[in-house]
Ligand binder design. Structure first.
Ligand SMILES: [Zn+2]
Length: 239
């Protein structure tokens, strides 16, 4: 999980089409059936393609999953599942971008409406680093919440329900962190020898942020709270 840019509004034409779809769903005899049907049709329709494209672009380079940041994704994910909230099946603000394992794992689950637990963190609407940090092993770890004298509960539910530390993803995070740390150390060495200017170092930083490989790690250590840890802190302060 990582912080994402603000969601842009859709074009007026698309927005009003979605509003019409939503109205039809809410007026149907069985809104759940209607929502499934309308969403399935939309997913195959040309008019809906720009919605999918815009969503993918919001995920950044490589269109990585908004939940695990692990894989290239192609699934429109309903933050509030359409099987439980049919009236939100055709709502732009309810869409996220996710990979198949995350999408399958989440399925129709949405605590506390569907089961005990806390509400899932929405990476498009909340600062994920107030809930999580990434440790040196690449584990996305819920922060300690002094109010409940335990780990942040929304962080725990989100991590567990989406299996955000499944081995392949954790390993990939750890590798990205090691790689990033090495790159930063190399850059610092060159800067000390006056072989890398500040401008060139800043350019490197931008390139690293754009790399489509576990962007959650880059977000946390290069522009999030992880930037207070060496060698990132030394590097960022030198720019
Ligand atoms: Zn995922």
């Amino acid at each position: 999980m990582r912080n994402l840019p603000a969601r842009p509004p859709l074009s007026p034409v698309l927005a009003s089409r979605l509003t019409r779809e939503t109205k039809a769903i809410s007026e149907a005899g069985d809104p759940k059936v209607e929502a499934e049907k309308r969403y399935r049709n939309a997913r195959k329709a040309t008019w809906f393609a720009p919605v999918v494209r815009t969503l993918g672009k919001l995920a950044g380079p490589g269109e990585r999953c908004m939940f695990c940041s692990g894989s290239e994704s192609s699934d429109v994910e309903h933050y509030r599942p359409k099987a439980v909230f049919p009236e939100l099946a055709m709502t732009w603000e309810n869409y996220l971008w996710s990979c198949t394992p995350c999408n399958r794992g989440k399925s129709n689950r949405f605590p506390p409406d569907t089961e005990p637990g806390e509400r899932l963190i929405n990476p498009m609407e909340e600062d994920v680093w107030t809930f999580f940090f990434i440790d040196e092993f690449g584990m996305l770890t819920p922060r300690f919440d002094p109010a409940v004298d335990a780990l942040n509960r929304r962080g725990v539910t989100t991590r567990d329900l989406l299996s955000l530390n499944r081995e392949a993803v954790r390993e990939s995070r750890q590798m990205r962190l090691n790689d990033l740390r090495q790159k930063v150390q190399d850059a610092l060495k060159l800067m000390r020898r006056n072989e890398l200017t500040k401008a060139a170092a800043r350019q490197r930083l931008e390139t690293w942020k754009q790399q489509p490989w576990q962007p959650d790690v880059a977000d946390f250590f290069l522009q999030g709270p992880g930037g207070d840890k060496p060698p990132f802190s030394t590097f960022l302060a030198a720019l």
